[in-house]
Design a protein around this ligand. Structure first.
Ligand code: MN
Length: 435
């Protein structure tokens, strides 16, 4: 028993659905999530394999895993993440051993086979981590250039600091939700161009932002800077992240301290954390960084990932989704380990469960932009959906879905998807000040 390399492309699982070429969850992936089902309503940790979930809260009782009993019988992955990178690797090796074709331990164990495998369709997915804090970066050069061109000056689209600092703001962990959670259109102050004073109203420029979220697994000490390489080892894995954004609220509030209410109402993440170990074969070099970053941000290895991403939009009444963007995570100028190293350089303590949004991921073509703001160029070029409907920004009843995968030889390491449906703004009874 035991495989030397859980990323070996030739591995197959005894769970047949995991062996399809386009399956997001082959035996080379093994992403962690938190689920419950009708038979057992308690939240617990599992890994996705094909169309199934392997319930680790049961597997850990068999002592086939190198962790103490109870590690996975938890409503989040935090207890496991806190054990550190060498335990993550050993555990992944052990789970891989259990699930590869040659191993019949569970397959031939009728009780385990019946109880420890839950069909994905029968499970409810929950937020996989207890999120300590959430920081959102702004690390796509294409995105920052597009936004700078629209709102400032096309000739000086990037701010002078942008090529030196992975720019970010501190977001809200309290409103990070798992995929399939409905989102209410936010209220906020909106200042219309032809009005002297702002009003309180529902956003009319509701947008998405296609991002990846890096999840910090191990903590650092207050006052202690981290090297990029060490920062990489602190990252447990990645999820797809939709940083919902209200552009009309944002444009009025964002100077001088950055986005606040325009982003604080909701952030959605995909339910399965794809581990850094599973992404290892898909590491690629990022874009050349010129000027050279300061030494504390210098990276020697390859810290970007060749990860295909796409976004679809489905109006409430439409039968089909329309793909509105296709891009790739590899285009990011600043890598996630660089972001983490920058975050900690002042002495900021990073904790198990911290979530780092990559920033909107835009490619160089107009169909590879990661926000409606860019795709429609702030409303100038409406999108035509397959249903014939047009969109400038997101309307009530629309469902946005984002998916991503790394393409291996005859297999994919996928993220599943993050989706969210927009509900009308919550009724409010604040009096307008002119009444
Ligand atoms: Mn963002």
């Amino acid at each position: 028993m035991g495989t030397n390399n859980p990323n070996d492309p030739s591995l197959k699982s005894w769970i047949e659905s995991a062996n399809q070429n386009d399956c997001h969850f082959p035996v080379q992936n093994l992403p962690y999530g938190v689920f419950s089902d009708k038979k057992n309503s308690s939240k617990r940790v599992g890994v996705a394999i094909g169309e199934k979930i392997l319930d680790l809260s049961l597997i850990e009782k068999t002592h086939l895993l190198p962790v103490a009993e109870g590690t996975f019988n938890q409503p989040s992955v935090n207890a496991f993440m806190a054990l550190g990178a060498s335990v993550w690797k050993e555990t992944r090796n052990a789970i891989s051993s259990i699930l590869v074709q040659e191993n019949r331990t569970i397959h031939d164990h009728a009780v385990l086979l019946d109880q420890a495998l839950v069909h994905l369709e029968d499970a409810s997915m929950h937020l996989p981590i207890e999120i300590s804090e959430y920081t959102d970066f702004y690390s796509s050069r294409e995105h920052a250039t597009n936004v700078g061109s629209m709102f400032r000056d096309p000739k000086n689209a990037l701010m002078p600091n942008w090529l030196h600092i992975p720019v970010a703001y501190n977001g809200r962990a309290s409103t990070v939700v798992v995929s399939k959670t409905d989102i209410h259109r936010p209220l906020g102050q909106i200042k219309l161009p032809d009005q002297d004073r702002p009003i309180l109203g529902a956003s009319k420029k509701l947008d998405m932002e296609l991002e990846m979220g890096a999840i910090v697994g191990t903590s650092s000490k207050m006052g202690q800077p981290i090297h990029v390489e060490k920062a990489n080892e602190m990252i447990f894995g990645y999820v797809i992240l939709n940083d919902w954004s209200a552009r009309d609220i944002q444009v009025w509030e964002y100077q001088p301290l950055g986005p606040f209410q325009a982003k604080a109402f909701a952030t959605s993440i995909s339910p399965w954390i794809v581990t850094r170990d599973a992404l290892e074969p898909f590491r690629v070099q990022g874009p050349e960084q010129d000027p050279q970053p300061l030494p504390y941000l210098k990276q020697e290895g390859h810290y970007n990932y060749d990860l295909n991403l796409s976004v679809s939009l489905k109006p409430e009444t439409a039968n089909t989704r329309t793909i509105i963007s296709k891009t790739n995570f590899k285009y990011m100028y600043w890598s996630s380990p660089q972001q983490l190293a920058h975050h900690a350089v002042c002495g900021c303590r990073m904790r198990c469960g911290d979530l780092l949004g990559s920033g909107t991921i835009s490619g160089s073509n107009s169909d590879s932009y990661g926000s409606m703001l860019e795709l429609t160029w702030n409303g100038k070029n409406p999108l035509t959906l397959d249903s014939g409907e047009k969109r400038i920004f997101i309307e009530d009843g629309d469902t946005l879905a984002m998916t991503g995968w790394c393409q291996g030889k005859n297999y994919r390491v996928g993220f599943g998807e993050v989706s969210g449906k927009i509900k009308p703004a919550i009724e409010h009874s604040f009096h307008r000040d002119d009444k």
